[in-house]
Design a protein around this ligand. Sequence first.
Ligand SMILES: [Fe+2]
Length: 747
Amino acid sequence: MRHVSFVFGAKDLHTCHAQVFPIARNRDEPPPPPTHCGVHFDAYARRMASARSTCAMRVTSPRRVGRVGGTKRVTRFIRVVRASSSSPTKNVPAPTTKKTSSSTRTPKTLGWGERRGAIFPDDPLLLDERTFGYCVYSHADWSYAYKSVALCKTDGDDVDHDLEQCAVEGTIPAVLNGGVLYRNGPALFTRGGVEYKHMLDGDGMVLRFAFGVGNDVAFTSRFVRTDEFTEESFVDATARRGPFGTPKPGGFSGNAFDLRQKNLANTNILAWGGKIYALYEAGRPVELDPVSLACLGETDLGGKLRCGMFVSAGLPVSVESKLGVGGNAFTAHPHIDPHRNKAVGWSWSSLVAEQAVEVTFFEWEKDWSETHKPTTHKLANCEAAPHDFAVTKMRYVLIQNRLKVDPGPYVLGLKGAGECLVSQPELPVVVHVVPRPGALPEKETTETDDEKRRTEPEPEPAVSVDGPSRSFEIHVAFAHDGRPIYGQVGVGNTDTPNDSEDPDGSIKFDTKKNHDSDSNWVTAYTAGWDELGAGSFLGEWSRSEPWPFPIATPLSPDFNNIPRTLLWRYEVNLNTKEVIRTVTPGCENLCIDHPHVNPLFEGKRQCRFVYASLSNEMKTSGPPLGYCRVDLVTGDVAKWWAGNKTFCEELVIVPKSGRWVGGDLDEAMGNALGGNNTDDAYADEKEEECWLVGMLAEHGSGEKEGGVSCLAIFDGADLARGPVAKIKLKHRVPHGLHGAFVPGMRK
Ligand SMILES: [Fe+2]
């Protein structure tokens, strides 16, 4: 079997870069001198370095550098090659227990003169505010991010944390009262005393923060007890091979030719129409009881998802069913569309004969009914489904990374499926733009409404267009139809009409004018890499060692081995096939991930603010140590640093108005919108008026060994102020991935 598609699951990590460049800070400081900082290079980093030779790529400004596929297929981007005279490789530092004196460090450089993360956890430098934003942290602290949650047995059953009343600092905003925040992430990394091989093989655990009146918050966490999880609990050993290399017992004979994969149910939460699902992109959704988090089993979403491995040989369904193949997996990143008040998601399956991935988009009303037939689209020359996507008023947008699968080691039981993914940096990413059912392109016209009805245009075709090579896209913040509405900042959109600016600095949008002028364009904002190296990569993030101090688990990924993640803007012309990829203006030096927007503005062209977790201002890979808000109009970035001993997870955004697409609170507040929302349905919303909710793991001097976790709430209009409230747990939970807030779900 040559062609197999597997999960790509490493998306939820921030990333690293092997060679480091000093970046001038926004502060009034000169740029620090170049340094390699004793960076540790593993095999992956060496391959990256070899591929780049002594050059480094740095995205700076748009430039037409070539044509792809003939005169009609123009890919326009955006790279300036800067030569580096020094070798990017350094010897791996030997483990040592000797501390580096602060006085001998090169100040104000990446990692503060150390290999990133190599600072002792009790070093006072970590508390120095002058180092915030410089990627200064201790891997000893970070390593607790993937320390396994202990399973304890009571009456023969596993027990999790149940209904812990939380201490609260500050005041919880009233709009959260009665709602529930769900979060998901890998949390179990050992079975039968044997540690998993990779943190992304961790079994999913869902957190539930139930908001009562005032500062009343109850916390529950529970592992997603899939059939596989239950089986493994019973035998106290792994019963399925992990996607990233965790084997079953038995060595070669126990693993070879057993291609079954575990549904880890560890990535995200879909909350829609009163249902709660734990999601994993290489499996089917797992339904949970919204209150108890009890596992209700895998779902086929009303017959949409066939059972079996998500690989099809094109045989009759009945035959493939007997063979255990021909199934569908479901994306871990569905989106909620405020234009039509729908949940939008997609299934996928790998087509062996065609070397393609087939995706099918679904749109659900609040009662899970469908008003349109699903839309199917094939991703040609694709062996790994995208991790995320975007939905605009008229279109779906998928960005296909270039990975292939080397299935031999997987079939022989020598490697996990994820370890067999091989990057192809020489090939361009592919942007797929697929029209939504019921959406017709809006053309400028002088026809009357009656004439329009008689001459309704044909739906536009799906378009697949090449983007830049060496790129890798992960989480999509949002996309919208048309080019960016703003022409006053950034690059690549100078032919877009500017909107007017009042003397007070406010921007007046003329959406009608701009929309009609460039209906052939689509714009997307996404987190991604600009330095995809050759060869396999995900499995090589798995272990971090050696360090000059004890760490909680070697499963904790070493950011010296992981590429950095930047916030990119794609502009795609559906007619000319032109693709412009630039770093989002204002974010040139920022390592970010998990970008999101106010959910009432998702898919809308006037959407102005992107919120994200922020690692550093050094354009390099590191753990998330703060948050940022990017103003797409001005390029201004508001930042909040948690300090060098506190790690930040993804933000979930809650509008202050309490209005929620598809949520119960719309009706409770008399804001019921029905099933046919328009852009005007939330026209009175102020985008920046939202609450930001994110998990923090604090390793400060007053905390327990291994740190403690809390849920922090920020004002989206004043992020730099810091948390308005903290909901404190009594223990540390592992670093989670994604989640959702649901109004009115506390019962
Ligand atoms: Fe993700």
